[in-house]
Design a protein around this ligand. Structure first.
Ligand code: NAD
Length: 496
């Protein structure tokens, strides 16, 4: 049985912990690895290694730090398919989808390659007679990241490329469900020549997270995961005086206006609702058609598409959707479907009982479609994180906007319409951090920043892009005056 190693101070080590967690292939239900849950001493060792590496790394000119990043990007490009295969094996998503995830991660590395420009700072000459002012952004020191299972390669890459490019050193605690993709990326990071201890990876559970949250040498925490844990991480981290950005769960609505192209809207909902088996924080889990006619037309278009979903393991190139991540999660999603039925929603396509020949032990859930869901139902209020799409019929545009604004989550949303005025009013008044106009999954590109509103993000900074640079640096303003200079003496050579 493969044992998942920690990466501390540039070396791979097997944890001495006697607490272990199994890693499964969700398509087959087989255990494929064992992940030791690191001890407090091992987490402390990772932080100590990061701390030892930071002064020299932080003092290195940003241009030189960027050169390591360029090399890393090149290696990631070359091994993108290998990383994608690791993702699919432990997460279950299709190969193309996994490759898309790796590509989005690489884009953040590309952004981090521009760090000399991003750290340029501000300068004002003569703020007083002979007085100059420099606003400089400096690294924090050791920073840590705690990441979820659903994007095992990309979400860590939302964090550490920018953090280390800014001159920090990093301790990553990946999800215990699919740890191999971040480990492969770490190997490429080392191959790119980064000094030992710049990026460390420790595996573990709550104990590892709490140790990082309480550690005085960890100056900032980036967290991505479910809302209850995000809120906990934010509270405990900030109570300990740390800077924390904690991104949480979601319930993303897509509004379909009567003038929208129904085929386009239905196709968009298929990808956004069922892609990656609905296990995306930007998945659309609620479709909000405006008006009964729109709703009837939309459901009529969706039903045959959901029934025709091609579900299979990642090794099947024709599969559009894989299994969910664990048996426990499969049971949870199936439980939500039961609950939707018992609460009175109309089950248009039932994904329960789906089975695939040869993969009977895999954690598959069939594509599920509910119509006439109401806002008091559990399947509307809670994040299901599975291939379950709910249609909530809205009487008017204003009702649709109010519904979305009243929801506790505010990660992503979209409107499908041909009317610019409706799209503009929607973008202005919606209380959600990322808005799509005829774009179902409006994930910002790497040189913008990603973040939700309300209970989808705790903290003041969105993640990656310019907000990432701000999060991983602190501002220092230097005001200087040089009363008596030495101006004499000619110099005929270039300074060396
Ligand atoms: P999770 O909250 O269970 O786990 C996330 C991380 O927290 C993992 O590393 C895990 O080990 C750790 N953790 C779990 N329980 C803990 C505890 N009690 N104390 C301390 N740490 C703990 O999330 P998940 O199931 O891995 O991921 C799915 C969730 O992540 C969904 O809610 C999804 O919406 C969310 N997500 C959000 C975004 C975003 O950008 N907002 C992106 C991806 C995923």
């Amino acid at each position: 049985m493969q044992i998942i190693e920690n990466a501390i101070g540039g070396k791979l080590t097997i944890s001495g912990s006697d607490r272990r967690s199994p890693v499964f292939n969700p398509a087959t239900g087989e255990q494929i690895a064992e992940l030791p849950l690191s001890t407090v001493e091992e987490i402390n060792a990772a932080v100590a290694n990061a701390k030892a590496a930071q002064p020299a790394w932080g003092a290195m000119p940003p241009l030189k730090r960027a050169r390591f990043m360029f090399k890393f990007k090149e290696l990631l490009d070359r091994h993108a398919s290998d990383i994608a295969r690791e993702i699919s094996r432990e997460h279950g998503k299709t190969h193309d989808d996994a490759l898309g995830e790796v590509t989005r991660g690489i884009e953040v590395v590309e952004f981090a390659c521009g760090i000399p420009n991003l750290l340029k700072g501000d300068f004002s000459r003569n703020v007083g007679p002979g007085v100059d002012s420099i606003a400089d952004r400096q690294p924090l020191g050791v920073v840590a990241g705690i990441t979820p299972f659903n994007f095992p390669a990309m979400v860590p890459m939302w964090m550490y490329p920018i953090a280390v490019a800014c001159g920090n050193t990093f301790v990553l605690k990946p999800s215990e469900r699919d740890p191999s993709a971040p480990m492969l990326a770490w190997k490429l990071f080392q191959e790119a020549g980064f000094p030992e201890g710049v990026l460390n990876i420790v595996h573990g559970d709550k104990l590892a997270v709490d140790t990082l949250l309480d550690h005085p040498d960890v100056k900032a925490i980036s967290f991505v995961g479910s809302t209850p844990i995000a809120e906990y991480v934010y509270s405990r981290g900030t109570a300990n005086g740390k800077r924390v950005q904690a991104l949480g769960g979601a319930k993303n609505h897509m509004v379909i206006m009567p003038d929208a192209d129904m085929d386009q809207a239905a196709d968009a909902l298929m990808g956004a609702g069922y892609g990656s088996a609905g296990e995306r924080c930007m998945a659309i889990s609620v479709a909000v058609p405006v008006g009964e006619k729109t709703a009837d037309a939309l459901v009529a278009k969706l039903k045959p598409r959901v029934e025709a979903l091609k579900i299979g393991p990642a090794t099947d190139e024709t599969a559009e959707m894989g299994p969910v991540v664990t048996k426990m999660h499969q049971e949870k999603v199936l439980g939500y479907i039961d609950q939707g039925v018992s609460e009175g929603a109309e089950l248009v396509v039932d994904g329960r009982g789906f089975s695939l020949q040869g993969y009977e032990n895999g954690y598959f859930v069939g594509g599920t479609l509910f119509d006439r869901v109401t806002t008091d139902m559990t399947i509307y209020k809670e994040e299901i994180f599975g291939p379950v799409l709910s249609v909530v019929r809205a009487g008017s545009f204003d009702d649709a906007v109010k519904m979305i604004n009243d929801h506790e989550y505010g990660n992503g949303t979209a409107i499908f319409t041909r009317d610019g005025d409706a799209a503009r009013a929607f973008s202005d008044s919606i209380e959600v951090g990322m808005v799509g106009v005829n774009v179902p999954i409006p994930v910002p590109v790497a040189y913008h920043s990603f973040g939700g509103w309300k209970r989808s993000l705790f903290g003041d900074h969105s993640i990656y892009g310019p907000e990432g640079v701000r999060f991983y640096t602190r501002l220092k303003t230097i005001t200087s005056r040089w009363p008596n200079g030495i101006k004499s003496g000619a110099v005929f050579t270039f300074p060396s």
